[in-house]
Structures are given as structure tokens and as C-alpha cells.
Design a binder for this molecule. Structure first.
Ligand code: PLP
Length: 454
């Protein structure tokens, strides 16, 4: 018998689960399906800083779900906004039609974006935002009569989602291997900035490594700067295990792009909406890109939504120089969906009322001390932090890369703490509403787990 036959939707939505659903049909994303189905971890509800799992246990969320629930879970204002939108305008086509919420949202977003970036295109995810931004870069150069600019530059260890564009400019090997034969052509990768030899145990931005940006000069020399459409990087790389940009690195990258007429795209899917202590990391680092991609925190994770935010000149060039008719042949059925737009507007209200977009900066010192308190735990080779992001990197077990951090993740979950594991790094990025005592709780439990781990 299937779950739907044995349990009503209401029973499924409200904890605790009386019957475990059948796990067979669902092919889970980025998951060890076999291991998960042998020992499932099912979440059934959430509120503020906590999840509740199928066994009725309370789990303190140390990673904002998946870097998205910046304002904490199931906030009443967002729930109500979604409920109200669902009851009044469930869907509105976005092609050649519009509705007020998406216009209002774009307008409100433009007030928290870096100066000069004030045009917004909606997508449904970070991956779609990345592919959209890459297309915008091509469209912009073409509109300016530079159609030879067709190359992209990403960075080793970069994560830009899972579309073919995103994995082509991305630099995480396992995400590319199976698809290698069909990736975008004309893509180069900058060196990554992880340099344990010079920067291990840095607090905030590492001191050394602005010179890594010079690798763009190498690519410019090899390709010809006039062929490169855009460089895309995460200002703080998340999925690869948290890499903080060295002091001066982003500025140098910006300068090289400017010298060669190359657009700079900051993928702010995890750094947007307060994660680094400013609305966007570009503001925190005081380096303004040409395009910003965002998703996740835009709706507090409550409804899928992504966005590309563009300098006005990029928008105007594409729109005003196009022949009459549709100017940009791109868009999604759910671009600017009413439920997502309503959730995002409520999220912006919450951020304003609770000063959430700068709370990461206010908590940063306390958080930094807590993260670095783990530096002497066994196997730890680096601890790094910025805003409300922290990472603890461990030596891999012999012939088992990732196994040690996986064990840490699983043990933390058993002890009531959700963290994120990538490779042999544990990442922490809690909701921005976290209290000092909850920060203590996360790092006390994680410290105990690391202390006992083989
Ligand atoms: N870009 C960055 C920097 C990300 O961290 C992610 C997801 O973690 C993505 C893009 C992809 O976003 P999505 O999973 O919403 O497609």
C-alpha cells in the first residue's frame, strides 16, 4: 500500500509520523540513496531554529536547512503571505502578462542591492539564475556588437548549480565527470584560493592570496581578453567547503575584468540576504560586480525562487538595442510566481523589522570565537569563518575521502544538531536569528563529536 493510501496529507504534514512512508519511488538529489534508505533521516516540522524529526526529536539547525532559511523556520509572516497569495492569485503567466507582487518585489530588492544594480529577472532556483546570468552576459555583448565574446571563466572548486551552464563554469569534479562530454565549450577555470600553507586558521579574510586573481591574466593571455564574456565566482564559496576570499582578491579580479571589458558575476546564492553581515557579500567586501545571482534566502527557503540582478546598463543595452518585439528570449513558466513573490516580500519585511541583513556582522565575533574553539580537536587542519559562516576542515581518512566528515555529520544529527558536510569539511551557517547560547550548543556538540571521532 502506498503512503497516500494509508495516510492523509494532513497526517503526513504534521508530526509525528505514525507510519514511515515507502522510500522506494523517490530518487533523492545529491544523496547516497542506498545508505539513506537503509537508515533514513526524515524531518517532519520546523519552527524558528529547530527541526523536529520523525522520531519526535528536536534538531537545532546549524545550516539554515541548506543555506536558505536565514530568518528561521516557519515564520508566521511568511506563512501568512504565502497562504494569502495562494488564495487570491495562485498563478499568473509571466510572459506578456504580469502581476503586482513580482513588480513590487523587484522594486524592493533594488533598494537593498549594491548601488547601480537595480534590474531584476526572476528564476526558480540558483541553477537557473546562473544559466540566466550567463545568457545575459552573452546577450549584452552581442547587443553591443561584441559577439566574439563567447568565453566564460569560472573557478576551480566553484559551485554554480547543476544546469549545463552551471556545471561547465563550476569546478567541482564529481559534478562534472559523468557529463564531461557535453559541457559548454570555451570555458576556463581560475585557480581556487584555498591555501592552507599560508592561511590556515585565518579569522575572517585570509591575509595571503590576492595574487590568485592574477590567474585571470593568464587566461586573458591564452584566450584573448576580447573573447571573454564573463567571469563567475562565488564571493565566499560555500558548497566546496567554505573558501573566504583573501584580502584584495576580489578587488584585483574586478580590476582585471574592467581592464578587458569582461563582466563580473558574483554568484550570491548562499551569500545573499545577510549571510555575510550585509545584504549581499558585494556590499560587505565593497566590490560591485555587474550581475548578481541569488536564490535560497530570497524567500527564506519557503517557496522556490531565484533571481539575477543586473546593472541597469546591462538591462538597458539588451532591451533598448533589440529590434521591436521580445528583447530577451529567455524565461521560466514560474518566473516571479505569486507565492514566491509574496514569500519574498514578507521575508524583506522581516529582514527590515529584525535588522536581519546586518545581524551576521553583529554576531560575527562571538561566532568566530566559537568556531575557532575547535582548532585543537583531533584531525582538524583548518578552521575558517566569515559573517555567519564557519568551516572546520579535517584530514581525510586513508583511502576514504569524505568519510570522516560524513561520520561527524551523522553523529551530530544523532545528537540533535544539523550541520553540512562537503568533502572533509563541516560547514556551519545557522539562521541569522540564532542566539549566543544556541551558537554555544552547536559548537559544544560538534566539539564533543570531533573529539570522539576516529
Ligand atoms: N550557486 C551557488 C553558489 C550555490 O551555493 C547553489 C546551491 O547551493 C547554487 C548556485 C544552485 O542553487 P539551486 O540548488 O537552487 O539550483
Amino acid at each position: 500500500m502506498t503512503t497516500t493510501q494509508t495516510q492523509s496529507l494532513g497526517a503526513l504534514l504534521h508530526a509525528p509520523l505514525t507510519t514511515q512512508p515507502s522510500l522506494d519511488a523517490l530518487w533523492m538529489p545529491f544523496t547516497n540513496n542506498r545508505a539513506f534508505k537503509a537508515a533514513p533521516r526524515l524531518l517532519v516540522s520546523a519552527k524558528d531554529m529547530h527541526y523536529r524529526d520523525a522520531e519526535g526529536r528536536t534538531i537545532l539547525d546549524g545550516v539554515s536547512g541548506l543555506w536558505c532559511v536565514n530568518a528561521g523556520h516557519c515564520r508566521d509572516e511568511i506563512v501568512e503571505a504565502i497562504r494569502s497569495a495562494a488564495g487570491s492569485l495562485d498563478y499568473a503567466p509571466g510572459f506578456q502578462m504580469g502581476h503586482a507582487l513580482s513588480f513590487e518585489l523587484a522594486d524592493r530588492l533594488s533598494t537593498i542591492l549594491p548601488a547601480g544594480i537595480d534590474r531584476v529577472f526572476f528564476t526558480n532556483s540558483g541553477s537557473e539564475a546562473v544559466d540566466t546570468a550567463l545568457k545575459m552576459a552573452l546577450a549584452y555583448h552581442r547587443a553591443r556588437g561584441e559577439e566574439q565574446r563567447v568565453c566564460f571563466v569560472g573557478r576551480l572548486r566553484g559551485y554554480h548549480g547543476v544546469g549545463f551552464g552551471g556545471i561547465s563554469v563550476g569546478g567541482i569534479a564529481p559534478n562534472r565527470t559523468v557529463f564531461e562530454a557535453q559541457l559548454l565549450p570555451h570555458v576556463d577555470h581560475l585557480a581556487h584560493t584555498h591555501d592552507l600553507g599560508r592561511n590556515a586558521f585565518s579569522k575572517g579574510q585570509p591575509t595571503f592570496g590576492a595574487d590568485f586573481a592574477n590567474d585571470l591574466e593568464r587566461i586573458v593571455a591564452e584566450r584573448g581578453g576580447e573573447t571573454i564574456a564573463a567571469v563567475i565566482i562565488e564571493p565566499v564559496a560555500g558548497s566546496t567547503g567554505v573558501l573566504i576570499p583573501p584580502v584584495g582578491y576580489l578587488e584585483r579580479l574586478r580590476a582585471i575584468c574592467d581592464a578587458h571589458g569582461i563582466l563580473l558575476i558574483f554568484d550570491e546564492v548562499i551569500t545573499g540576504f545577510g549571510r555575510t553581515g550585509a545584504p549581499f557579500a558585494s556590499q560587505r567586501f565593497n566590490v560591485t560586480p555587474d550581475l548578481i545571482t541569488a536564490a535560497k534566502g530570497i524567500t527564506n527557503g519557503a517557496v522556490p525562487m531565484g533571481a539575477v540582478m543586473a546593472k541597469r546598463e546591462i538591462h538597458d543595452t539588451v532591451v533598448q538595442r533589440a529590434p521591436a518585439g521580445i528583447e530577451f528570449f529567455h524565461g521560466y513558466t514560474y518566473s516571479g510566481h505569486p507565492l514566491a513573490a509574496a514569500a519574498a516580500l514578507a521575508m524583506l519585511d522581516l529582514c527590515a523589522n529584525d535588522s536581519l541583513l546586518t545581524r551576521g556582522a553583529a554576531l560575527e565575533d562571538y561566532f568566530e570565537s566559537a568556531v575557532h574553539s575547535l582548532r585543537d580537536k583531533p584531525n582538524v587542519i583548518d578552521v575558517r569563518n566569515f559573517g555567519l559562516v564557519g568551516a572546520i576542515e579535517m584530514t581525510p581518512r586513508a583511502q576514504q575521502p569524505g568519510a570522516r566528515a560524513t561520520a561527524a555529520f551523522l553523529e551530530c544529527f544523532k545528537r540533535g544538531i544539523l550541520v553540512r558536510q562537503t568533502g572533509d569539511t563541516i560547514a556551519i551557517a545557522p539562521p541569522l536569528i540564532i542566539s549566543h547560547s544556541q551558537i554555544d550548543e552547536i559548537f559544544t556538540v560538534l566539539g564533543e563529536v570531533l573529539g570522539e571521532l576516529q
